[in-house]
Design a protein around this ligand. Structure first.
Ligand code: PBG
Length: 332
């Protein structure tokens, strides 16, 4: 042994699988994973999403099966997205607060079938339902009208609460959306329905495959309401505003490219902080793995672990059910 080496040798604690297991600072648990699920109106069989191999737009039948699979895998919850038939889209996104709209129908099914085992969550936004594809309604000049959109969100919140959603995911990035929805819920007596603020949501290229997943018709971009990827401080400010307005959970999105923002928010948040590993993050991993360029399962586990390490209490990920299975099998 060389005697000029320092006495501290960190490698001691890495020497065996047993050591590494004992000293791991971060672990993945199925309950900390939330599975986003797409349900398509009128589909008689699941439809593949080409940029997200392995993810589908569900029919109601395959949706039921996916819910039970997720519950058996032990994930913490499901985040539901509706994909309405093209002819149901209009300027106001009316299908979003129609009790017979696809998302509300799916929510009723999920609440009835797995509502005890999983936290049933719904995306509260307009982009899936509007013919122009924006997350809000438009003013006469074509810009997104913040306060008119809040009125729509209030109504959608009541429809989703009535359908049985336990947690409303406010992903539209309108100013004041958490306060508006909280007020509407409380006035209607829905005081137990919780709010997830997509607080620090960036205008990201990584949402690309999601557009196909929900059949979005957006032309243009969302840069006047989603955040500029250049800004770190602003993520904290948005989270603070959502907390002041009554958010029960705050989120940072996307995840991997925004781990600094996630760490900032996690350092001070008094409520749970979640992160969303979005469609483009999934697509990148799958594409590289399909080419044999990375080890898929290791890379997936590493990204999720990194998101948790940066401070996320839970992660929305298209891998939720699969990774929950790995954990239960003792592979992670
Ligand atoms: C808005 C919404 C989006 C995503 C979740 N909610 C799209 C957007 O803001 O452009 C993206 C999720 C993903 O990319 O996986 N309803």
């Amino acid at each position: 042994m060389r005697d000029d080496l320092p006495p501290v040798r960190p490698r001691r604690l890495r020497a065996t699988p047993a050591w590494r297991r004992l000293v791991a600072e971060t672990r993945l648990h199925p309950a900390e994973l939330v599975l986003p699920v797409f349900v398509r109106e009128g589909a008689s069989a699941p439809l593949p999403i080409s940029a997200m191999p392995g993810v589908v737009q569900h029919s109601l039948d395959s949706f039921r099966a996916a819910l039970h699979e997720a519950a058996e895998a032990g994930v913490g919850g499901v985040m539901l997205f509706g994909v309405p038939a093209e002819e149901r889209k209009d300027a106001a996104g009316s299908a979003a607060d129609d009790p017979d709209g696809i998302l509300n129908v799916a929510t009723r099914i999920a609440a009835a079938e797995v509502g005890d085992a999983l936290v049933v969550q719904t995306d509260l936004c307009l982009d899936e339902f509007t013919d122009h594809g924006h997350c809000g309604v438009l003013a006469a000049d074509g810009t997104v009208d913040n306060d008119a959109s809040l009125e729509r969100y209030r109504s959608i919140a009541l429809a989703q609460a009535e359908a049985g959603s336990s947690l409303l995911g406010l992903s539209g990035m309108m100013d004041g959306q958490v306060a508006a929805v909280r007020d509407a819920l409380d006035a209607a007596g829905c005081t137990d329905v919780a709010i997830l603020g997509y607080s620090a949501k960036y205008a990201s290229a990584f949402y690309g495959p999601f557009r196909e997943a929900v059949g979005s018709t957006l032309r243009g971009d969302r840069k006047t309401y989603q955040q500029d990827p250049a800004n770190r401080r602003e993520g904290l400010r948005e989270a603070d505003l959502d907390l002041a307005e009554g958010a029960d959970v705050v989120m940072v999105k996307p995840a991997t490219a925004y781990l600094d923002v996630l760490a900032d928010v996690a350092a001070t948040s008094p409520v749970p902080v979640w992160a969303y590993q979005v469609s483009g993050e999934y697509a990148m991993l799958e594409a590289a793995a399909a080419n044999g360029w990375i080890d898929r399962d290791r890379a997936v586990a590493e990204t999720l672990l990194s998101i948790r390490r940066a401070g996320a209490d839970a992660v929305l990920t298209y891998y939720a059910a699969e990774v929950a299975g790995w954990i239960r099998q003792g592979r992670l």
